[in-house]
Design a protein around this ligand. Structure first.
Ligand SMILES: [Zn+2]
Length: 307
């Protein structure tokens, strides 16, 4: 029997300027007018139904950035309220987490007039007890865990991300009080694909050849056990925006963290940005089409699993 071949294409929509290394409202305009149309056309070409996770911030600034994906049949999910590093979900109190979830959900539902049930945390930062808060806020699916992704030292919130090492690889219902473990909660975790290296847009741009190796290894795994592919990218990777300054803003507290998390990461992350990223992404989607994968949204996948 042929194993299931499912691919979830997920997009985090935010005002992060990769080129200028900061949050910038103007970047949201590029996302709306350039990044989103480019991605939506590519998705039409391959018959992809994708999930778009929006920060409340960009949704409020440019509601059309939500509408254009929704109207073309894609799922609208939440990417929290804000992408500010100091307000990451794993540093907020449980009350603040709940409030951010509820507000972001409301903003999106007001725009599309439909329930929002899927979530990804900004910078994929969540803490163990998150399923309780998600349920309270009315969410059903999370995609913030990146099982066996091992490059977390280059990102913020690295300590919590150590839980990724032992998290299940296939989609799983989490424990009530631990998002990194399988259990009996109503929250479905759809882990972002990784095998040491993450299978994401950033990596696709930085190291295309190595990324194809990662994809091939993940594909063999899917053939063995039917594990879903969950690809993560951002419309802000597909914009050609103006550069304000060549200085790199310091977000980290200590110097080592600044060097790893800010300087080195920035130098890598600007590679193959904008139009140059399109042919690379086209090749990834072409692979899934050729291998007969089905593209489904998070919400749709939840419905199937629940049956
Ligand atoms: Zn993000």
């Amino acid at each position: 029997m042929k194993t299931e071949r499912i691919c979830l294409i997920t997009n985090d929509v935010e005002t992060t300027s990769i080129l200028n290394h900061k949050l910038r409202d103007k970047t949201g305009e590029y996302v709306l007018n350039q990044g989103m149309p480019r991605l939506l056309d590519l998705y039409d070409k391959y018959g992809v139904k994708a999930t778009f996770f929006y920060t409340g911030h960009i949704a409020k600034l440019y509601p059309d950035v939500v509408r254009i994906a929704y109207e073309r049949g894609h799922e609208v999910g939440s990417h929290g309220l804000t992408h500010e590093v100091s307000k990451a979900f794993d540093v907020l109190s449980p009350e603040e987490q709940l409030s951010h979830l509820r507000q972001s959900k409301q903003i999106l539902e007001d725009i599309i007039g439909e329930e929002v049930v899927s979530f990804r945390a900004p910078a994929a930062r969540v803490d163990e007890r998150f399923p309780l808060i998600m349920r309270e806020a009315g969410f059903k699916v999370d995609s913030s865990v990146s099982s066996q992704r091992l490059d977390m030292m280059f990102s913020f919130g690295a300590l919590k991300k150590l839980h990724w090492i032992t998290a299940p690889r296939k989609a799983y219902f989490t424990k009530e009080d631990n998002i990194f473990k399988r259990g009996g909660s109503e929250i479905l975790e759809v882990p972002i694909s990784a095998m040491g290296f993450p299978y994401i847009g950033t990596f696709m741009r930085i190291a295309p050849a190595l990324n194809r190796c990662t994809r091939q290894v993940l594909y063999w795994e899917t053939l063995c056990n039917g594990r879903q592919f969950v690809f993560l990218t951002h419309p802000n990777e597909f914009i050609d925006e103006d550069q304000e300054t060549t200085e790199i803003e310091r977000r980290a507290k200590n110097y080592i963290s600044y060097l790893l998390g800010d300087v080195i990461r920035h130098r890598l992350k600007v590679k193959n940005l904008g139009a140059k990223a399109l042919p690379l992404y086209d090749r990834e989607l072409e692979f899934f089409q050729r291998k007969d994968f089905e593209f489904v949204t998070c919400k749709e996948y939840y419905k199937r699993i629940k049956k």
